[in-house]
Design a protein around this ligand. Structure first.
Ligand code: C2E
Ligand code: MG
Ligand code: MG
Length: 764
C-alpha cells in the first residue's frame, strides 16, 4: 500500500514536472506549429530527453529496478508535438541513459521507452493528430496505448525477473491503473494547455502570413513605402526607392524626411510638412526633387499618422510614387491644349487668358497695354497657289520673324490661319508700340525661302491700346481687328491704330457680309456686260460679264469690295455658279439666231480650290445651250501659280470641253510666261495699269510690246483691257493686239443696253 502511495506520489511529481516542462517549452512547440524548423525539433527532442532522464532519476522504485515514472510521457509529448524524429531523439536520450545507469531492469527500462515511441509512431501514422489542437479522444487513445505498452513491459519484466507471479501481476495492474490515469491526465493537461494557446498561435500564424504577403507586395510594388518615428526620422524605406532615386536607402534611414529632398523645386512639400506638424494624414501631395545627378523627379506622396495603444503619436506610415512620366505626359497634353502645334506659340485660348491676366494687372498697376493684331497679306493666295505644305512653312517662318521683333516679356500668339497677335505691356508711349509694328512690317521685307522658291509676303498690323481704346479684353480685340482691316483696306503692308471711326467700319463689314449672304435669294445680284471689239475692224466680238450688287441698305457696292468679301467668306462659290449660269443663259438667248458672241466670265481662285467648278460649267452650258467654244473663263495668275495637280486637271478638263481659258490682269502678278506654255491657256488679257501708261511711258510701252510679241509667239489671243483713249487704241492697232476692251468701246452696261448696241450693229 505504501508502495502504491509512493508510486502515485511519484507519478504526481512526474506529472507536475512534465506539465511544468511543457509550459517551459510551449514557445518552442508554438513556433514549431507556425513554422517547422529542424533546429527547434532537435532542441525539443533533447529537452524532452533530459526531462525524461530527470523524472526517471527522481522516481521511486516500486520493486527492484522497476520505476514508475514519466519518461514515456516525455517521449510521447516529444513525438506528438515535435514529430516522430523528435520523439526518437528523446527516446534515445532516455533509453541510452537508462542503459548506462545499468542495474536490474535497465534493459526493460530502455525497452519500455522504445515501446512508448513505437506506440506513438503507430498512433501518429494511423491516427494523424492536429498538433495545435489535438482531440481529447485521440489523446486518451494514445494514453491507453502507452499504458498498455508500459504495463506489458512491466509484466514481462516481472515474469522474466525473479518476481513471483502474483507480484508481477500486481505490478502490471498497478501500471495499468496508475499509468492509465497518469499518462492520460498528463497528456490531456498538456493538450488543454496548448489548446488555450491555440487561438494565439492561429492569430500569430495569420499575422505572420499577412506580413509575408505584404512584404511580397512591397517588393513588387512600383511605389515605395516608408515609416517615420515620432521625431519625423525615417525608420523604414522599401527597396524600390533605390531603383527610382538611385540612392541607397540606408543613407536615409535615421534621417529626417527633408533629407530626401536634395532640392525642393516646386509643389506641395510645405503642405506635407504642415500636415505632419498637425499630426494629420496627407494624401496625394506632389513635389519635385532634384537628384544629385541633377535630374528632376516628381513624387506623389501620402502618409497617415500612427499611434500606439495608449494613443501616443509614434510616427507616420506612407507611400510614395514616382509620377515623373505621368507629369511629363500631363504637361505635354496641357501644352498641346494651349499651344499651336505648327508654331509652338500660345493658341487662342491661352492668348485670351494671358490677355485677361495682363489687363487685370495693368488695371491695378495703372499701366498701358497694347494689343497688336497681325495678318499676312494675301496669305490665301500663297496657300491656294503653292499648297498647304508651303503655306504651313510660311506660317512658322512668319511666326519666327514676329517673335524676333518682340521682347521676351511680350506675349506672341497665333489665333489661327495667318492671324497672329502680340500683347505688350512695356510701353510708356504709343510711339513704343509703333516701333514694334514698324519692326514687324519690315521683318517681312525679305523673301521667304520655301521649297527653294522665294516668296514675298507682307503683313498688316492693327493696334488697340488699353485703357485708351477699351477696357475689356473682348472690346480690345474687336478694336485691334477693326484697325487691322483698316490697314488692309488702305493698301496692306502697313499698320493702323484703332480710332472710334474704325469701330463703325468693322461693324459695316460684318453687316455687309451678312447682307451678302442673303443677296442671292433676295435677287440683289445682277450682271453688267462690257463689249470686247476686234481691234482690226472694231466689230463687237465678245463681252465680259461683270457682277453687280445693289443692296437696299448699302446701295450699289463696288465690285472689288464685295468680291473680296465673298472670297474671304467662301460665298464666291455659290455666287460664281450663279454668275456662270446667268451669263450663259442671257448671252445664249441674246445671240439666238445670230453669229455667236464670245462670253468672258470671271472665275476666282477660290472656285478652283473648291470641288465642283467643272460641274458648274457643264451645268451652265447645258441649261443655256451656249456653245462651248463661245465661253471664255477668265482666271488670274494665282490659279496657275498654285501649280497643283488638281488645278491642272480641272483646267485640262475645262479645255477638253472646248471652252477658252483667258489669263486676266496679266502683268500685275507673277507675269511668268512659262506658265502659259504648261497650261491650256488661249487668251491673255493685258492689265489696265499697263495699257494706261503705254502712251505716256516708253518703258511701259516696251513691256507691253514684248508681252504682245511673246503671247503671239505662244499662239495666244491678246486682249487689251482698259482702253480709254484713241491713242491707246492706235497703239494696239500698231502692235497687232487682237481684241480690245475699255471705256472707249463701251462701259459695263445692263443686258438690255448691251442688247440694244448689239442688235443695232447687226442691223447696220
Ligand atoms: P476684271 O475682270 O479685270 O474686270 C475689268 C474691270 O475693269 C471691271 O471692273 C471694269 O468695269 C473695269 N474697266 C473696264 N474697262 C475700263 C476702263 O477703260 N477704264 C477703267 N478705269 N476701268 C475699266 P469691275 O466691274 O468693277 O470689276 C472689278 C473686278 O471684279 C474684275 O476685274 C474682276 O476681277 C472682278 N469681278 C467682276 N465680276 C466678277 C465675277 O462675276 N466673278 C469674279 N470672280 N470676279 C468678278
Ligand atoms: Mg475679267
Ligand atoms: Mg482684268
Amino acid at each position: 500500500m505504501t508502495d502504491l502511495m509512493g508510486m502515485f506520489g511519484t507519478l504526481a511529481v512526474n506529472a507536475a514536472a512534465l506539465i511544468g516542462l511543457m509550459v517551459a517549452v510551449s514557445p518552442i512547440v508554438r513556433r514549431l506549429a507556425i513554422k517547422p524548423d529542424r533546429h527547434d525539433r532537435i532542441l525539443l527532442g533533447i529537452g524532452f530527453g533530459l526531462a525524461g532522464i530527470v523524472v526517471m532519476l527522481v522516481s521511486v522504485e516500486v520493486a527492484d529496478g522497476i520505476l514508475i515514472d514519466g519518461r514515456n510521457v516525455a517521449v510521447a509529448i516529444a513525438s506528438l508535438f515535435g514529430g516522430l524524429w523528435t520523439g526518437a531523439l528523446a527516446a534515445v536520450c532516455i533509453g541510452g541513459t537508462r542503459l548506462l545507469l545499468g542495474g536490474d531492469g535497465a534493459a526493460f527500462g530502455a525497452l519500455s521507452t522504445l515501446l512508448a515511441w513505437l506506440a506513438c509512431m503507430a498512433h501518429l501514422r494511423f491516427l494523424p493528430i492536429d498538433r495545435i489542437n489535438p482531440a481529447n479522444a485521440r489523446l486518451l487513445l494514445l494514453g491507453l496505448l502507452l499504458t498498455v505498452a508500459t504495463a506489458a513491459c512491466a509484466f514481462l519484466a516481472g515474469l522474466i525477473g525473479s518476481w513471483p507471479w502474483a507480484v508481477a501481476v500486481d505490478v502490471g495492474f498497478v501500471y495499468l491503473g496508475a499509468g492509465a490515469c497518469f499518462y492520460t491526465v498528463c497528456l490531456i493537461a498538456i493538450a488543454k494547455l496548448l489548446a488555450r494557446e491555440h487561438a494565439q498561435v492561429a492569430t500569430e500564424k495569420s499575422l505572420h502570413e499577412r506580413d509575408e504577403r505584404l512584404r511580397a507586395l512591397v517588393e513588387i510594388s512600383y511605389d515605395w513605402f516608408w515609416e517615420t518615428d515620432a521625431e519625423d526620422h525615417l525608420s523604414y524605406l522599401s527597396a524600390r526607392v533605390e531603383d527610382v532615386l538611385g540612392v541607397h536607402r540606408t543613407e536615409f534611414v535615421g534621417r529626417s524626411r527633408d533629407h530626401l529632398l536634395v532640392d525642393t523645386i516646386d509643389g506641395d512639400f510645405a503642405k506635407s510638412r504642415q500636415a505632419v506638424e498637425e499630426r494629420k494624414p496627407f494624401r496625394n501631395l506632389i513635389w519635385a526633387v532634384r537628384l544629385p545627378a541633377g535630374e528632376v523627379r516628381w513624387l506623389r506622396c501620402s502618409g497617415v499618422p500612427l499611434t500606439d495603444a495608449a494613443g501616443h503619436f509614434t510616427g507616420y506610415l506612407g507611400v510614395t510614387t514616382d509620377v515623373t512620366e505621368h507629369r511629363h505626359a500631363q504637361k505635354t497634353i496641357q501644352w498641346q491644349a494651349s499651344h499651336d502645334p505648327l508654331t509652338d506659340l500660345p493658341n487662342r485660348a491661352l492668348f485670351h487668358s494671358r490677355l485677361q491676366r495682363m489687363l487685370t494687372h495693368a488695371d491695378s498697376a495703372g499701366r498701358r497695354i497694347a494689343l497688336l493684331f497681325i495678318d499676312l497679306d494675301q496669305f490665301k493666295r500663297i496657300n491656294d497657289s503653292f499648297g498647304h505644305t508651303v503655306g504651313d512653312q510660311l506660317i512658322s517662318a512668319a511666326a519666327e520673324r514676329i517673335v524676333g521683333c518682340t521682347s521676351p516679356a511680350d506675349v506672341v500668339a497665333r489665333l489661327g490661319g495667318d492671324e497672329f497677335t502680340v500683347i505688350t505691356d512695356d510701353l510708356d508711349d504709343p510711339i513704343d508700340v509703333e516701333r514694334i509694328a514698324r519692326r514687324i512690317i519690315s521683318a517681312f521685307e525679305a523673301p521667304f525661302l520655301l521649297e527653294r522658291r522665294e516668296v514675298y509676303v507682307s503683313a498688316s498690323v492693327g493696334i488697340a491700346i488699353f485703357p485708351d481704346n477699351a477696357r475689356s479684353a473682348d472690346a480690345l480685340m474687336r478694336e485691334a481687328d477693326a484697325a487691322l482691316y483698316r490697314a488692309k483696306d488702305s493698301g496692306r503692308n502697313d499698320f493702323r491704330f484703332f480710332t472710334p471711326e474704325l469701330n463703325e467700319q468693322s461693324r459695316e463689314r460684318t453687316m455687309m457680309e451678312s447682307q451678302l449672304r442673303r443677296a442671292l435669294e433676295r435677287e440683289e445680284l445682277y450682271l453688267c456686260y462690257q463689249p470686247q471689239i476686234r481691234i482690226s475692224d472694231s466689230e463687237i466680238v465678245g463681252v465680259e460679264a461683270l457682277l453687280r450688287w445693289e443692296n437696299e441698305v448699302l446701295g450699289l457696292v463696288p465690285t472689288p469690295q464685295f468680291i473680296a468679301l465673298a472670297e474671304d467668306s467662301g460665298l464666291i462659290v455659290p455666287i460664281g455658279a450663279w454668275v456662270l449660269e446667268t451669263a450663259c443663259r442671257q448671252i445664249a438667248e441674246l445671240t439666238k439666231g445670230h453669229p455667236p458672241l464670245n462670253l468672258a466670265v470671271n472665275v476666282s481662285s477660290r472656285q478652283f480650290t473648291t470641288p465642283g467648278l467643272l460641274e458648274a460649267v457643264q451645268h451652265a452650258l447645258s441649261v443655256s445651250g451656249l456653245p462651248e467654244s463661245a465661253l471664255e473663263l477668265e482666271i488670274t495668275e494665282s490659279v496657275l501659280m498654285a501649280d497643283l495637280r488638281q488645278t491642272y486637271e480641272t483646267l485640262e478638263a475645262l479645255s477638253a470641253l472646248g471652252i477658252q481659258l483667258s489669263l486676266d490682269d496679266f502683268g500685275t502678278g507673277y507675269s511668268s510666261l512659262s506658265y502659259l506654255r504648261r497650261f491650256p491657256v488661249n487668251v491673255l488679257k493685258i492689265d489696265r495699269a499697263f495699257v494706261n501708261d503705254v502712251t505716256k511711258d516708253a518703258g511701259a510701252a516696251a513691256v507691253v510690246e514684248s508681252i504682245i510679241a511673246m503671247a503671239h509667239g505662244l499662239k495666244l489671243t491678246v486682249v487689251s483691257e482698259g482702253v480709254e483713249t484713241p491713242e491707246q487704241h492706235a497703239f494696239m492697232v500698231r502692235h497687232g493686239v487682237d481684241r480690245g476692251q475699255g471705256y472707249l468701246y463701251g462701259k459695263p452696261m445692263l443686258l438690255k443696253d448691251f442688247a440694244e448696241i448689239y442688235c443695232a450693229r447687226e442691223v447696220a
